[in-house]
Design a protein around this ligand. Structure first.
Ligand code: ZN
Ligand code: ZN
Length: 221
């Protein structure tokens, strides 16, 4: 059987393995069913040959080398999705397709800049985790991020909520009932002792801990 040399096809396979593992479906049948490659068997053979995956009792898993490569690809893809959605405000269906090409193009350096620019987002627009990078640990603030936490937002500024990462899953519906959801436009009125902002005609006060879980993009008037 001829091995595959096209890096993009191998990259797609690595990404699929990562997602299957995330969904806890690492069996080889799921891989065959979900891969849209023209030659799945040759692809599996290539993954094994390049020491990117192993097969054990019908389960296909990433090796350490494969995990590292897949992690980088997924990180770039999900950051690209955030970039397209939050900054360029592109519709969701176009986002997935274009983001799918970006992960093969983005360099490590550019990836860090994009991540920093977006405020080190923890999830993609589909709520899947974005693997952390070196930049997220350092949290350098040389570039003013487009998206910041509400806790770091300026008093008097207006912004649009881009995503909420609740530490408590029940919180999200409570916030939603107050009109606080992705897409809501708010104006920050005060930061201490609690966060007070205006949303439509209503004034809402929030605990500073919750303000850390709300990510917002500033609207420049
Ligand atoms: Zn996504
Ligand atoms: Zn980062």
């Amino acid at each position: 059987m001829a091995l595959i040399t096209d890096r993009e096809r191998i990259d797609e396979a690595l990404e699929l393995l990562w997602v299957l593992n995330e969904d806890q479906q690492p069996d080889i049948d799921h891989f065959r069913k979900n891969s849209d490659d023209a030659d799945t068997e040759a692809l599996i053979e290539t993954l094994l040959h390049e020491d990117l995956a192993t097969i054990q009792s019908e389960e296909i898993r990433l090796t350490e080398k494969g995990h590292k490569a897949a992690r980088g690809l997924i990180r770039r893809q999900r950051l690209a999705e955030r970039l397209f959605t939050d900054v360029f405000e592109m519709p969701d269906d176009t986002v997935v397709n274009d983001a799918c090409k970006m992960e093969h193009i983005l360099s490590e350096e550019l990836t860090e800049s994009v991540c920093t620019f977006l405020g080190h987002p923890p999830t993609c627009p589909h709520d899947k985790p974005i693997p952390r990078g070196e930049c997220c640990k350092k949290f350098k603030v040389e570039v003013t991020p487009v998206v910041t936490r509400l806790s770091e937002f300026e008093v008097g500024a207006t912004g649009k909520i881009t995503f909420i990462v609740p530490s408590d899953p029940y919180r999200i519906s409570k916030l939603n009932s107050l009109g606080i959801a992705a897409g809501s436009v708010i104006k920050l009125v005060q930061k201490t002792p609690s966060f007070v902002f205006q949303i439509d005609e209503t004034t809402v006060a929030l605990d500073p801990e919750i303000a850390k879980e709300i990510y917002i993009r500033k609207i420049i008037p």
